[in-house]
Design a binder for this molecule. Structure first.
Ligand SMILES: C[S@@+](CC[C@H](N)C(=O)[O-])C[C@H]1O[C@@H](n2cnc3c(N)ncnc32)[C@H](O)[C@@H]1O
Length: 245
């Protein structure tokens, strides 16, 4: 069967919500499918900070046509997000009931630790058509930017959230073949201490804001001892140093 035999899906379908993976930062790293839906969606929703700033909105800024209805889903730091997602699902549901198509922007891939899944659950459980368009995840982008393949042969690749406590981090990393440590931010110093303890520092690479103009990357051991990391940062570790060895 060739791709010409595949049924042509008209995108977007009226009354449907789409969780659009929009990639890790560089506007060109959006998929063609997500781009097409974005061009035609009636409503564009995105997660934002309390002040309205949204990385997802910034990433696709060059691609958003004028005159779209926009919904900023403002999440307050330190507060439970459930009421915010409840309200956003109700607002999006009203547009869907009117036959509008809604694109929800998701940095990276929507189902890889993405907050879109909280809306997906609410909308799907309420009976609305909701689809997910996969995106280029930050983990893939970080590996590409660092020139550090994630895993090869029979390596077990772990994704480890930085907020885990030090004991759990130590246990996860003790026998790791390969790992991506995400959500660093204020957990960076603790994560770094554990990596040092396990003698993995010379196997660890640090990157922040991958593919954005403000990207920074460096071997972990080259960072100053008091270095801080933003939330959009990651450490990749490979026990052999390089996956191809
Ligand atoms: C809640 S997760 C969302 C991941 C996203 N859905 C994806 O597929 O990349 C957020 C974490 O992803 C990582 N991340 C996302 N974008 C990044 C980027 N451009 N550079 C480095 N790390 C990034 C960071 O570790 C951040 O704390």
């Amino acid at each position: 069967m060739s791709s010409a035999d595949l049924p042509a899906e008209r995108l977007p379908v009226a009354g449907t919500a789409y969780g659009l993976g929009i990639g890790p930062g560089e506007p060109d790293l959006i998929t063609l499918k997500a781009y097409k839906i974005l061009q035609q969606a009636d409503v564009i929703a995105y997660p934002a900070l309390e002040d309205g700033v949204s990385l997802a909105r910034q990433i696709v800024d060059p691609h958003i046509p004028e005159g779209r209805i926009e919904i900023a889903i403002r999440i307050e730091m330190g507060k439970t997000a459930d009421p915010v997602y409840d309200a956003a699902a109700i607002e999006i549901g009203k547009h869907l009931a009117d036959g509008k198509t809604v694109a929800v922007l998701c940095e990276g891939d929507p189902f890889f630790y993405g907050s879109f899944m909280y809306l997906f659950g609410r909308l799907a459980e309420a009976g609305y058509p909701v689809k997910t368009v996969p995106g280029v995840s930050s983990m893939m982008a970080c590996a590409a930017q660092l020139g550090a393949p994630l895993a090869a042969k029979n390596d077990v690749l772990q994704v480890i959230p930085g907020p885990l406590d030090a004991d759990r981090l130590r246990a996860q990393l003790a026998n790791t073949d390969a790992a991506a440590i995400i959500k660093l931010g204020r957990h960076f110093a603790k994560v770094r201490d554990v990596i040092n303890e396990l003698g993995l520092t010379d196997r660890a690479r640090y990157i922040e804001r991958a593919t954005l103009e403000t990207q920074k990357m460096v071997p972990l051991g080259d960072l100053p001892v008091d270095a801080k990391a933003p939330y959009f940062s990651m450490i990749l570790i490979h026990r052999r140093g390089d996956a191809w060895r």
